[in-house]
Design a protein around this ligand. Structure first.
Ligand code: G3H
Ligand code: 13P
Ligand code: ZN
Length: 332
């Protein structure tokens, strides 16, 4: 058993309380490798933003859970080296699919876990979430639950269509489970292919394709039922079109992909939404940079020559999100 406190990590409780009162959201960035982690920590340290390092079950399988834990501990020390005196860094399990996975993460030094029972019948979701909360809270580890289903492929959990969260269920769910934050479904979805062009309308001013708006009425309904309770948005990548174009201009074959407009996420961040999950945008930024270098310099085979630019590109993306979308800069 390793306590996250020994690793210099923090849980989400105080972070979320401050974010709700301050009208901003904490970035939750997924990581799977060293370059992503370096980019996240550099961006958070430079902007003095609290940050949630998210690890999916797929990431644990890919990178090894022991290595990930030491990487998170290393991230805290690296942040200090970069001049961030008291780093506010959370290590969070993204889309935990069972009590056993969550327990293993709590025992292994995570400071926060998500139990995703959103695909289960309501009562089973309540029972599973409650069981995880009872275990995690013994060690002061915070727990995110989910109500409502997001479309798209999640780690071990996938759905064809979304079902919006029902505001009339949230008080019962939070009271019965004791969870610390709640992920809700208001029209975001996982992955790069959130909307097809035919689902969008063209903005006459910018020429950009604009998807249907998020269901802010559902968010308002949830906030009315649970005043001041931390809300989480998954599936919040915006799918930067310039990254898609760079990938395709350098040998990629991505289909037309449209994400969540950043102005809508900014609006959400000012409300009780205090954690916004972003993974796909970082994947796009990394892939675009790698493809560009390898396409332009065909004799290059030193990984640092393409992973370095990929890291720089991800860092730029994270800083942009922190300052212009989440508003979490200067909050740690
Ligand atoms: O919500 C899913 C995250 O983007 C993690 O994706 O399961 O491919 O690591 P992954
Ligand atoms: P995106 O696929 O939109 O980046 O969402 C990531 C996410 O929700 C991780 O849990
Ligand atoms: Zn998610």
């Amino acid at each position: 058993m390793v306590s996250y406190k020994e690793l210099g990590l923090v849980n989400t409780r105080e972070m979320f309380a401050k974010a709700i009162n301050g009208g901003y959201a904490i970035p939750a960035f997924n990581f799977n490798n060293m370059e992503q982690l370096q980019a996240i920590i550099q961006a958070a340290a430079e902007t003095k933003s609290p940050v949630i390092l998210q690890v999916s079950k797929g990431a644990r399988n890919y990178a090894n859970q022991t290595l990930l834990r030491y990487m998170a501990q290393g991230a805290v020390e690296y942040a200090k080296e970069l001049g961030w005196e008291k780093p506010q860094i959370v290590l969070h399990l993204d889309h935990g699919d069972s009590f056993e996975t969550c327990k293993s993460c709590v025992d292994f030094g995570f400071s926060s876990v998500m139990i995703d029972g959103s695909h289960l019948p309501y009562d089973e979701n309540v029972a599973l979430t409650k069981k995880v909360v009872e275990y995690a809270h013994q060690f002061d580890v915070t727990v995110e639950g989910e109500l409502g289903v997001l479309a798209g492929v999640e780690d071990e959990v996938s759905a064809e269509h979304h079902t919006y969260t029902r505001p009339e269920e949230v008080v019962d769910f939070v009271t019965k489970t004791g969870c610390d934050s709640l992920a809700i479904s208001i029209g975001t979805s996982h992955g790069a292919y959130k909307f097809k062009p035919e689902q969008c309308t063209k903005d006459p001013k910018t020429g950009r394709l604009v998807p249907p708006p998020l269901a802010f009425d559902v968010l308002d309904g949830v906030m009315k039922e649970l005043p001041g309770f931390p809300i989480v948005l998954h599936g919040s990548s915006s799918v930067p079109q310039e990254e898609v174009e760079t990938i395709n201009a350098n040998g990629g074959q991505l289909e037309a992909a449209i994400g969540i407009p950043e102005d809508q996420l900014r609006k959400a961040a000012k409300s009780a939404v205090c954690k916004i999950n972003i993974d796909s945008d970082s994947r796009l930024a990394m892939t675009a940079a790698v493809r560009k270098v390898l396409n332009e310099k065909k004799a290059e085979f030193d990984p640092r020559k393409y992973l370095g630019p990929a890291r720089d590109s991800m860092k730029k993306l994270y800083i942009h999100k922190i300052i212009n979308v989440l508003g979490s800069n200067g909050k740690a």
